[in-house]
Design a binder for this molecule. Structure first.
Ligand code: NAD
Ligand code: TDX
Length: 345
């Protein structure tokens, strides 16, 4: 197949590209805006491999710009949309870019697919998230549950997938949607919980735990998430939504303990800081639909987390630049006052 992968320089998209090129004979075009979250170095492993590089083309561009998108749709079998602003805290500080990429960008892609699908079949896979279900006090979300997003990030993701489904119904586009769980692993930007806490702990800096730290997430290794998206691309039914659960529920406090134990760093680094506004207490998904297609997550959480901690310890040259420049301003806005008001955890 020939695939257009948007957001392919980010954390999950680049993992998908590396693994898909290595395991199939597919050709991939990556379209990525290279925001603060994207890095071409995430694809260096492919671009420097003479066996894989000829099947990858990298284009810098914006999914919300028809002139960037349309020329790439002439001969692709599927579009996989990973591109998004992906950090909840940034969506609370300023939501505009989330809407532009998550709503307008999805619309531009869908219009281009609609046009291209008139000439040859083209599947559209929208990479979505468990956050569209909102907080789940008990039990586990199934795909038919209502979508009740509670952060601007989650609302933009919900808009994007609803728009995609509407194009399936109204225009007959072949649309599938994946809702992945909280993902962790190498190459994740250090703004997110796991890499932030690992890299801060490596530097003996405080770990800002929101509130009581008993919020719970369903954790999925990035290799499993990438493979799950490929699995649904190949086997999913048009018009359907598939939860991709990691089947590893953990509280933020438990993850923090595990990171510190792995690095042999003291709990005194952890600071309880004022909570994220509208913080979803718990996410949990039922993965039966994807399981029925034969997909299961394979990486045990404790193994995956230990390997992730080791990767960050060995790859300072990857994450130190991401924690410089504009990062310092973001960190001050997000954590400056919180850390001043923090108490021991
Ligand atoms: P990321 O922030 O690491 O990467 C996003 C990529 O998209 C970056 O390379 C960025 O440059 C690119 N991008 C942003 N706006 C763009 C635009 N307008 N045009 C083209 N490229 C643009 O994100 P991630 O963690 O890899 O997430 C990928 C997708 O998976 C997102 O859609 C996200 O909502 C979804 N998701 C993430 C998680 C998670 O835990 N990280 C879980 C479930 C779903
Ligand atoms: O400094 C922090 N302190 C803290 O306690 C940060 C950054 C996070 N947290 C908490 C908030 C959440 O309960 O850790 C948990 C995980 O936070 P994030 O890493 O920001 O992820 P989350 O908000 O759960 O969203 C993630 O999973 C779903 C991704 O960022 C989304 O892109 C994905 O859709």
């Amino acid at each position: 197949m020939k695939l257009l992968v948007t957001g392919g320089a980010g954390f999950i998209g680049s993992t998908f590209v590396r693994r898909r090129l290595a395991s199939t004979s597919d050709e991939i075009v990556v379209l990525d805006k290279l925001t603060y979250a994207g890095s071409r170095s995430n694809l260096a492993q492919v671009e420097e491999d003479p066996a894989l590089a000829p099947r990858l083309r990298f284009v810098v561009g914006d999914i919300a710009e028809p002139a960037d998108v349309r020329p790439l749709l002439t001969d692709v079998d599927a579009v996989l949309n990973f591109a998004a602003e992906s950090h909840v805290d940034r969506s609370i500080l300023d939501a505009e870019a989330f809407l532009r990429t998550g709503v307008i960008g999805v619309h531009v892609l869908l219009e281009a697919v609609r046009d291209a699908a008139g000439r040859r079949p083209c599947r559209f896979l929208q990479v979505s998230t468990d956050e569209v279900y909102g907080a789940v006090e008990e039990g586990a979300s199934v795909e038919t549950d209502p979508v009740v997003p509670r952060s601007p990030y989650a609302a933009a993701k919900a808009c994007g997938e609803l728009l995609a489904r509407s194009y399936g119904t109204t225009h007959g586009i072949d649309v599938v949607i994946t809702r992945g769980a909280n993902t962790y692993g190498p190459h994740q930007h250090p703004e997110k919980l796991v890499p932030l806490f690992v890299t801060n702990a490596l530097d003996d800096q405080p770990l800002p735990l929101y509130g009581d730290g008993l919020q719970q997430r369903d954790w999925l290794h990035v290799d499993d998430h990438a493979d799950g998206i490929g699995w649904i691309l190949d086997r999913g039914t048009a018009g359907e939504v598939y939860n991709l659960s990691g089947e590893a529920p953990r509280t933020n406090r438990a993850i923090t303990e595990l990171i510190l134990r792995t690095l042999d760093k003291p709990w005194s680094l952890v600071r309880s800081v004022p909570d994220r506004p509208g913080h979803d207490r718990r996410y949990a998904m039922d993965g039966a639909a994807a399981r029925a297609l034969g997909w299961v997550p394979r990486v045990p959480f404790e193994d995956g987390l230990a390997a992730t901690v080791a990767w960050y310890a060995d790859h300072r040259s990857w994450w130190e630049p991401a924690k410089s420049g504009d990062w310092l301003d973001y960190y001050e806005r997000q954590y400056g006052r919180r850390l001043t008001e923090s108490v021991g955890a």
